[in-house]
Write a protein that binds this ligand. Structure first.
Ligand code: M7G
Length: 308
């Protein structure tokens, strides 16, 4: 059991990354004398319209820092229940986790079908994170009460539940993940017309379930898959249209609508034929291998750092 109840004995090692706009920080530390590393992600939570009337009341103390004409800057101290942090604790964390949450430069790199077959595919096991958490959900060993919708069809079935990134306290940053029941679909690269029923099922039933439970309509959702993903078991992200979710950036997110259309109307093997521009962190070993291979073919196309 890896569950953590408190930060007692937590030893701070260093800040891996922080973002003033998102109000997030990723910290590397250890619990007590343990040999194992821990990664702690903290996030100041978004405002919720429901609780604002209580925040903007006499319960909140206001200390004016300065006043100039009609402008007042103040520090507001609401009741502690409105001043919570969302925490994610990864323990024990691997070297790959420390890397994933560290501040790094980003690069685009072209992954041709040949590069996928010769470099990415053989490297997936080494590169990727364990998908035990996915199997725990599918086998009902974890997060059982959190499931929002389940379709048990062996070919087209999936489980929809709130993503680890969402605390479900407000709709503004709604984030759910749909996990395919069928195993063995590693990523976007594996999809072809045989998967259309699965993709269409996830899209339509996922949207419907979110509308029923959270009142957010299908046309207010960003529905996409990541390429490259961190976890090579097929899953789809559902986020609120107004939320710039982590990982919804250009070159990483592929809209499920487009995926379906490309496979259905352009070519059944669209994603095994495409050259995909992938967004990578600089220290990613896969990035370094692909960059080197591309460079060997076309030295003008990119720069190789000789130290790596
Ligand atoms: P990804 O594109 O493979 O990885 O998406 P990344 O976006 O993390 O790089 C996997 C999604 O699953 C992410 O949105 C994660 O936040 C989410 N996720 C990861 N884990 C370990 C869990 C988990 O244990 N439970 C739930 N509910 N979601 C998770």
């Amino acid at each position: 059991d890896n569950s953590i109840q408190s930060f007692r004995g937590f030893q701070f090692i260093k800040v891996l990354n922080e973002n003033a706009r998102d109000k997030t920080v990723a910290v590397h530390g250890k619990f007590g004398d343990s040999e194992s590393d821990a990664v702690v992600l903290l996030e100041k939570t978004p405002f919720s319209e429901d609780t604002l009337p209580q925040v903007l009341s006499t319960e909140t103390s206001v200390e004016v820092e300065f006043n100039n004409d009609i402008y007042n800057q103040c520090t507001c101290q609401p009741q502690s229940r409105f001043n919570t942090l969302k925490g994610t604790i990864i323990y024990p964390a691997s070297a790959k986790h420390l890397e994933k949450f560290s501040a790094q430069n980003l690069h685009f790199v072209q992954e041709t079908p040949e590069v996928y077959k010769s470099i990415t595919l053989p490297f997936i096991d080494e590169k990727s994170f364990s998908i035990q958490w996915v199997y725990n959900i599918l086998e009902k060993k974890a997060e059982v009460e959190r499931v929002v919708f389940e379709d048990n069809d062996p070919a087209t079935g999936f489980t929809l539940l709130p993503d680890l990134k969402w605390d479900q306290k407000q709709i503004e940053n709604l984030y759910l993940v749909a996990i395919s029941h069928r195993r063995g679909i590693k990523s976007l690269r594996d999809l072809d017309s045989s998967h259309l029923p699965l993709l269409k099922n996830i899209l339509s039933k996922g949207q419907e379930a979110i509308r029923n439970k959270y009142g957010v309509a299908g046309d207010e959702l960003q529905v996409y898959v990541h390429y490259q993903p961190s976890y090579y078991h097929f899953h789809v992200h559902f986020t609120h249209i107004k939320y710039s979710a982590p990982g919804c950036s250009l070159g990483k997110a592929h809209l499920l609508h487009d995926v379906i259309d490309n496979i259905e109307n352009i070519d059944s093997n669209y994603y095994s034929k495409r050259t995909l521009l992938c967004l990578f962190k600089e220290n990613d070993k896969l990035f370094q291998r692909i960059q080197r291979a591309n460079y060997d073919k076309n030295p003008a196309g990119g720069k190789v750092d000789e130290d790596k």
